[in-house]
Design a protein around this ligand. Structure first.
Ligand code: KE4
Length: 424
């Protein structure tokens, strides 16, 4: 039997870093990534048969747990009818109608195959509709890996963006301005100076890529007000928070309706998916009804549509999100008690079925404060709990996720593992 390191070495022969997405490489926590082989409910099983309680949930997608019987059965039936046709199907209409009934901003939507594609499409649509080129994002916000969004703040918050990856043209990066998350005053100042040039603001209404950080009261309201005043589009990136912090996402939870909303992950039940939703007026600017081109071979494929319908059926059940949040509350409150007893600075944030763990005694409200947390202690916590059968997100700058398959037994087992990690 191969060791995990041997599996990684073999993978590295054919795949850069041995992974098809960098966060899986354990770069932030060190050590050798675990090759998983199966999942059932709240558990993952690695290639050696070891069981883990999973709080990554395929980065939030598996909100009803792994191999959910209803979802698997629906996909099995669909697979027997073919995996993809490259034609319109009633499945796409049904899922689009379901999303439009749930998500406040959604009057129409276009399906794509990833969150990256959804963000790319939203930026092109916003630039076309406003005839402006500048976009705004927030430090620590992640919206996929398209060139315009792999950009970091220039010397000052209102100065031109600079590439955050080789291969991103400086001329393109310059069109993306970056502000501190949760800083309404910085938003107001930027808009006062350049509001008429801004096509769109992209924001994770619940930040999930700098740990889990909720919006400060008034922050989303400020974005809505400034975008309305200056004619920019407000784009909520709910690829992670969508269907997870409430059935209608953060838009429902905080009562703010953006102009466009990006969706993914949960929407596909673990299969490749993304979507951009908004008013019919905006969405009908997309080809073939409008001039803004966008396309995708596997967009709206029948397998992902079937999975999405099966998941939305379950997560709209009464009390579904309350149970996820209650589990997260019980878990994080106990983790905080263990950390306090051990004299370890610790804080947490919970929004619906997602949570973030921070080893610090300071408030964490944006990327800069998230960067001051004790990442070495996080790594020790991650590896100790991993050794005791619990799989938290392998980075202090990611969020953790609860599924409806997590239960009292997984809670107890998680806390037992954590008690071995949170010691003086
Ligand atoms: P994808 O292109 O990876 O499907 O979605 C990009 C994306 C867009 N918007 C938000 C808010 C996201 O969180 C993501 C992707 N999330 C990461 C986890 N931080 C996916 C994990 C990975 O990159 O492998």
């Amino acid at each position: 039997m191969q060791s995990m390191q041997q599996r990684l070495d073999e993978a590295r022969r054919y795949i850069p870093g041995g992974v098809n997405s960098p966060v899986r490489a354990f770069t932030r926590v060190g050590g050798t990534p675990v090759f998983m082989q199966s999942g059932q409910g709240p558990h993952l099983y690695d290639a050696d048969g070891n069981r883990y309680i999973d709080y990554v949930c395929s980065w939030g997608a598996m909100i009803t747990g792994h191999a959910d019987p209803h979802l698997v059965e629906q996909i099995r039936i669909q697979a027997g009818q073919g995996l993809g046709y490259g034609t319109p199907t009633e499945l796409e209409t049904r899922l689009a109608a379901r999303v439009c009934a749930l998500v406040p901003a959604a009057e129409q939507l276009r399906m794509v195959s990833s969150g990256t594609e959804a963000a790319m499409t939203a930026i092109r649509l916003a630039r076309a509709c406003t005839r402006r080129d500048t976009i705004v994002k927030f430090s620590g916000g992640y919206h996929g890996h398209s060139d315009s969004l792999l950009v970091k703040a220039g010397s000052g918050v209102a100065t031109l963006g600079i590439p955050d990856s080789p291969g991103v043209p400086e001329a393109l990066a310059a069109l993306t301005l970056t502000l501190p998350y949760n800083d309404a005053e910085a938003v107001r100042q930027l808009y006062a100076a350049q509001g008429e040039q801004i096509a769109a603001v992209l924001v994770e209404p619940v930040a999930g890529n700098m740990g889990c950080i909720p919006p400060r009261p008034g922050f989303l309201e400020c974005l809505r007000e400034q975008c309305s005043r200056y004619g920019s589009l407000l784009v909520f990136d709910e690829v992670m928070s969508g269907f997870r912090v409430a059935p209608g996402g953060a838009g429902e939870r905080y009562g703010i309706t953006p102009d466009l909303v990006l969706l993914g992950k949960v929407l596909g039940g673990g299969l490749p998916i993304g979507a951009v939703a908004g008013s019919a007026k905006l969405l009908e600017q997309l080809a073939p009804t409008g001039p803004v081109y966008q396309a995708g071979t596997l967009s709206g494929n029948p397998m992902a549509m079937t999975a999405g319908l099966a998941v939305l059926e379950q997560l709209t059940a009464p009390g579904f999100h309350a149970r996820l949040e209650h589990y997260a509350q019980q878990l994080c409150q106990e983790l905080a008690r263990l950390a306090a007893t051990a004299g370890i600075p610790f804080r947490y944030h919970i929004v619906g079925g997602m949570f973030g763990l921070f080893f610090t005694d300071q408030p964490v409200t944006d990327y800069a404060s998230a960067c001051t947390t004790d990442t070495a202690t996080f790594s020790r916590f991650f590896h100790t709990t991993l050794q005791h059968g619990v799989y938290f997100a392998p980075s202090p700058f990611e969020s953790c996720f609860v599924s409806s398959a997590h239960n009292d037994q997984t809670l107890e087992q998680t806390l037992t593992a954590a008690s071995k990690a949170l010691r003086p």
